[in-house]
Structure formats: C-alpha cells, structure tokens
Design a protein around this ligand. Structure first.
Ligand code: ZN
Length: 715
C-alpha cells in the first residue's frame, strides 16, 4: 500500500475519430484540463443538427474490453459499492485514476485509488480482466479493514518498509479470506495471475550468478552482486508468502532457506492474526494499531535477519521495487509483455495461469491421496507440522461435491485434514470445487461482469438521444458540501419536508380555541396547506463550457447543493451537462436521468468529477437532443443554467418555443461579474430567447433562487 496524491478524474469526450476518451487532470487541488480557446461573444452559428446527428449512436465497442462509456460508468458504480461492502468502511470511496497513474492504493481516510477501467489493459481479457481488476480493489479494501493506522508512519527505513509490505499484504489477505471463505477462489485466481506476471526467481538467480562472474572478472562491484542476491530473496519471499507459489526453481540450499523462512513467516502471520482477533484489536485504535505493528515488526525483523537482507540491500534502490499491489496494474503488465505483441503476451500469461492451476490440482490430488491413505494419526501430525495457520479451521466440508470415482468418502474426510500447508494462497488447501471456481470465476463475479458488459444502470433511457453519454468521472464531494446553506434550507424547507404547512388564520378547517382567545377572534382557525414537490420532475441542463472554468468549483458546489436540497424534499431530478466544440462535437453528458431513481451521493460525485473544457455553448443543440425526453416526462420545470449566449442562437430560440409547450422553460444566467452593468447584459441576453422565466444570479445566489422558484417559502 502506498500513500498517493489525490488524483482527479474529470469526464470524457470524443475525439475526431469518434473514439471516446476520458478527460483527465493532473494531480492537485485545481486542475486545468483541455482549455480550449475562449469563444464567447463572437460565436459562429452552429448549423441546425441534421437528423443523422440527432440519431448519433454511441460508437459500438466490439472488442471484449468493453470500454464503452456505459460499461465504464457501471464499473465505477460497482467499484464504489464494493469499496464499502468489502471494506466494511462506510467512508470508503473508490476513484478511478484517470490521469495516467495506474496503480492500486488507498489512504487512511478511506479513499481507494484504482486504475481506470477504460485504460485497463492487462494480460487477460473479458471476465478475467474484471476478476483481476476486482482482485486489486479487494486487496485495497482489506488494507482499509485490517491495516493498522500507523502502518504508514511506523517505518522510516526503506528495507523495513518494503519487507513489512510483504508481511502486511499477506496478513490482510489471510484475514480477508478467513472472514469470507467464499472469496478463496478469487484470491487463487489473483495468485495465478501474479504467478504469470511476476518475474521468475530462477531468472533473478541467473542474473545473480552472472553478477558473480562479472565480479570475479573484476567488472562489477561486490555491492552489485549483493543487490542481485537481495532481488532473488526478496522476490522469492514475496511470491511464497503472498501468492503461495514460487515461479522458477532455486538451487537446493537456497531454496531450502527460502522455504524455511517463508514457512515461519506465514506461520507467524497466522498467529498474529489469531492474537489480533482474540483480543479484538482494532486497526483504527492508536494503541491497538501499535500492538499490531509491533507484531508485524517481529516478523519483519526475523525475515530480514534470517535472509541477511540488511547486508545485501546496502546499495539497493527501493524506489522501483514492485510490490504485490502493483502486480495487477497495467504498467506491470506492459513491463512483463516487453517487446512481444499483446496477443503473444496474453497467450503467455494464459499458459502460465494454466501451469499454475496444473500445479495446484496436482497438489490438491496429492494432498487428498495422502490424507485418505494416512488416516487419523497422520492427519493430526500434519496439522502440527504445517504452517500453523489457522485459516483453514472454519472451512466446512461441502456436501455433494463432485468428485472423481477414486475418491470416495475417505477422500472427503481427508480434505478436512488438509488445512495447513506450506503457504498456499491464504494458507488453505482448496478443494477441487474451489479450484474449478478459481479457474472459471465465481457466480456473483460473473454476474457483475454481465452488468458491466451491459452497462447496467447506465443504459440510454427510452426517449433520450443517445449522444447523452454517462459520466464516468467521480470525485469526493466533501469539499463541495455547503453546510451553512444546507442548514438554512433544512429550516426553511421544514414545511416541504413534512409535505404540509399549518397556518393559524381567520378562517380554515379546524377551530383553534387558544388562538381564538389570544387573537381576540382574529385568528382562530388552522389552515393546512399542502406543500410538496414529491414526485414532481425537474430537469437541469448545466452549461459546462470553458467560460465557467474560473468559477468552476463554486459552480459545482452551487449545483450539487441545489439538487441535493430539492431531491431531499422529494423532487425527481434529471441532470445534464453540455459544452461544445467548433465542429459540433459534443460533450453531452448525462449526470443522472429520471430512470436512475433517487439522487444518490454517487450522483453528486459524478457532478463533482466534471470539469468545464469545451469552448462552445451549443444550448439549442442540447435542447434538440432533449426534446423527446422532455415530451415523455413533462417535467415541472426545465432549468437551464448558463453563463453566456448560446453559440446556436436560432436553434435555441426555436427549441425554447417548442419546449415551452411541454414544460416551464426557466433560464438562470450567471453574469460576468456582480456589477449592475453585467447583470443587465445578462438579462438582455436571456430576454431574446423568450423563456417562461429568466433569472440573473451570481453563482452564490443560484441555490437560493432555484429553491425559491421550485419550492417557494413565504415569509
Ligand atoms: Zn497491499
């Protein structure tokens, strides 16, 4: 696990060839993305969209990597869900790193960074690609769940930090699989992939021997030889301890040493996990966290001293060290691929995965045969001699397993004894059934992948033009939360929350004796007024042209808080954003449609993830692309928020006239500045389009004005 700078994902658009690609931002608080030229007042007319344009279909992505916007949006949504579900951490939030950073990492506050699905090119495809992607995410969630909070600060020494990563990665995965034994097949598949992708220790050993020869010949320093041996031992330890399988063989004495140390490390990790569990130590509690880290440290120091790592690592540069988490990154896949074609690389990876499973199956059969042949006495001995890991204890014998004719009841009993091993995966001996699941994928993961393929939840709803593509970006919304406004609204909207307002007046439905007396008969009745926008529909169309850039954060904050407030009192929200380029190319994005149900925090996250990037304001084109949808839903209000003149004036005028027959067309114009002159300018601009209502409002004024419009609160 590495601490990462927060990265910002921003949206996506189409290039000239019609490929979709994400808009990405560099690290930092505020990023400028593709800042197109600033077109504003002098705008050429964009031609009225042709019927062909209106029917423009999302380019169909035929390859099985499924990088359509729908699929990508589905991956973000599923990952978000998995982030909290698998970590048990309510604040966990998963963000795809769209900015080129391809690694998996997580932060103390629950932020998990995953690679971006659309760019996730690894050694396997289709369902298996999802399994690897998900495995990387699972690993980070287990860090959130089990890693002590002072993991990041405990070590200063690079070697200790590196070895502790190995120990901790194994520790959290073991704990995770023990907690959810059904996860074992997926863990095994990740191990198989790691086996295919990580370097062969045999190759590293050959490199070490070569270094030795060079040293003898006087061409290389002693330190280089040491570093080469360090690389062998570190990789062998990592593979045996976390993945449970070593790629390539080592000379006997060296292998024995590695096996011995790995076994003890695994055993000690198992014991540490038992202690943590027995004492109920919480990784979030400072003093518990320290105790866990002290336990980890004992194992770390043991591994370092028994493999002489300190001496060997004297000249080691740890900055380019590949840890377990990185195994599943596209970057490492590219490195492993080297100069070969993607196809050749995939074949090689598959061959290695098959080899891994071949070994696993032989091991499983051996174990089964051994157990059934040796009987009870030997079984107990096996347990004692094993790695000492207890993870297997909870695993239950499965009824009705499919088994070969050679293994009958005896074989089943034998399996029960097969608990401890020399570091297989999470320290468990999988059953034949689990190995099948590991090779083919578990049912729920297959179902998830089907949802990804179909872009479930992000299909273009009926009646909506297909050029409105889902937003695949997502950002934390915390910084956009306007608590003052929200609190204010809570108070103001009390009547709207309850759906009615009770007023004491001169006449009404219910006589109030107390009020009658105290007001000398002037106010003696309760009047109950229905106040509700529950079930009513509102469409928001937000201009994200680049002129919004300078106030983008304030703009997003205003819109997020407005929409959340209205959704909070029962309004149904559909939110669209747009911007355009000279040649009519879109950013037409749907943040949320009516069909997606209630407004969710993830919808705010999508709104937060957007950035203004396109130079034009094709308002009329956006209206054209929404006409059928508006006709279908007949929203109460269609609210346009813009900061300038549409780049397609004639179309805009036509469309406002047309849409006014189906809904109330309202426009909010954000003036250049708060000055009277700019306000008047904006008022004049909007007047030309003959909306039902127009408002000129600075970004800060927008939330209150929109809420006033939709759910007016009388004073
Ligand atoms: Zn890790």
């Amino acid at each position: 696990m590495k601490k990462k700078h927060r990265l910002v994902v921003v949206g996506f658009r189409k290039n000239k060839k019609g490929d979709t690609y994400p808009l990405t931002a560099p690290t930092g608080r505020r990023q400028s993305i593709i800042v197109a030229q600033r077109f504003k007042s002098v705008l050429p007319e964009v031609p009225h969209p042709s019927p062909v344009d209106l029917l423009q279909v999302t380019p169909h992505i035929a390859d099985e990597d499924l990088q359509s916007a729908q699929s990508q949006a589905a991956v973000v949504e599923i990952s978000r869900f998995l982030g909290t579900y698998l970590s048990g951490f309510p604040d966990a939030a998963v963000y795809p790193n769209a900015t080129g950073a391809e690694e998996y990492s997580c932060e103390e506050d629950g932020t998990i960074h995953v690679p971006e699905w659309g760019k996730y090119q690894v050694g396997v495809q289709g369902l298996n690609k999802w399994r690897i992607y998900r495995g990387g995410l699972w690993h980070e969630t287990q860090h959130l769940k089990y890693s002590p909070k002072d993991l990041w600060t405990y070590y200063a020494d690079a070697l200790e930090k590196d070895v502790s990563n190995i120990v901790e990665d194994r520790r959290i995965e073991s704990a995770g699989v023990k907690w959810h034994t059904g996860y074992l097949p997926e863990k095994i598949y990740s191990d198989a992939y790691a086996y295919a992708i990580r370097p062969s220790v045999e190759d590293l050993w050959n490199r070490y021997e070569q270094a030795q020869n060079d040293f003898v010949a006087g061409n290389l320093s002693r330190e280089h030889v040491d570093t080469a041996l360090f690389d062998v031992r570190r990789e062998a330890l990592l593979q045996n301890v976390i993945g449970g399988f070593q790629k390539g063989k080592l000379p006997q004495a060296e292998q024995a040493r590695i096996d011995d140390v790995s076994k003890t490390v695994i055993k000690s990790i198992g014991q540490l996990n038992e202690t943590v569990e027995a004492n109920g130590w919480s990784p979030r509690d400072s003093s518990d966290s320290k105790k866990i880290m002290d336990g980890v440290d004992k194992i770390v120091q043991y591994a370092i001293s028994s493999l002489s790592l300190k001496t060997l690592a004297k000249n080691k540069n740890f900055s380019d060290q590949m840890d377990w988490d990185q195994t599943f990154s596209p970057e490492v896949s590219r490195d492993a691929r080297g100069g070969s074609s993607q196809e050749a690389h995939r074949q090689k990876v598959q061959a290695d995965i098959d080899e891994f499973f071949g070994k696993k199956r032989r091991e499983q059969q051996d174990k089964q045969g051994q157990d059934s042949g040796q009987g009870e006495g030997q079984k107990k001995k096996d347990d004692k001699q094993g790695s000492g890991l207890s993870q297997g204890k909870d695993r239950k014998k499965k009824k009705g397993e499919k088994e070969g004719s050679s293994s009958g009841q005896q074989g089943k009993e034998g399996k029960e004894g097969g608990k401890a091993g020399s570091g297989n995966g999470a320290g468990q001996h999988p059953t034949a059934e689990e190995l099948d699941a590991a090779q083919n994928g578990s049912a729920d993961i297959i179902a998830e992948f089907k949802n990804i393929q179909q872009g479930t939840g992000f299909e273009t709803p009926e009646g909506l033009n297909r050029s409105w593509e889902p937003v695949i970006a997502s950002l934390p919304t915390g910084s956009y939360d306007d608590t003052v406004f929200k609190r204010d609204m809570q108070k103001r909207m009390r009547d709207w929350h309850s759906g009615r307002k009770v007023e004491v007046e001169k006449s009404g439905q219910i006589l109030n004796v107390g009020a009658f007396v105290s007001s000398h008969g002037k106010k003696s009745f309760y009047r109950i007024e229905q106040k509700s926008i529950k079930g009513q529909k509102y469409v928001f169309l937000l201009d994200f042209s680049v002129s919004q850039k300078s106030r983008e954060d304030a703009y997003k904050k205003a819109m997020i808080n407005t929409v959340e407030t209205l959704a909070g009192v029962g309004g149904k929200m559909a939110v669209f954003v747009f911007g355009g380029t000279e040649n009519g190319q879109s950013g037409f994005l749907r943040v949320k449609t009516f069909e997606q149900g209630l407004w969710k925090p993830s919808d705010s996250g999508r709104l937060a993830g957007l950035t203004a990037s396109l130079g034009y304001t094709p308002t009329g084109t956006a209206y054209s692309k929404l006409t059928s949808y508006i006709a279908k839903h007949r929203p109460q209000y269609f609210v346009t928020v813009t900061d300038g003149s549409p780049s397609d004036r004639t179309v805009t005028q036509d469309k406002v006239r047309e849409l006014k027959r189906k809904t109330k067309m309202v426009a909010f114009g954000i003036p250049e500045s708060a000055s009277n002159e700019d306000r008047e300018d904006m008022a004049q601009t909007l007047k030309d389009f003959r909306y039902d209502k127009t408002f000129v409002a600075t970004v800060d004024e927008i939330p209150t004005k929109i809420v006033d419009l939709i759910a007016p609160v009388d004073t």
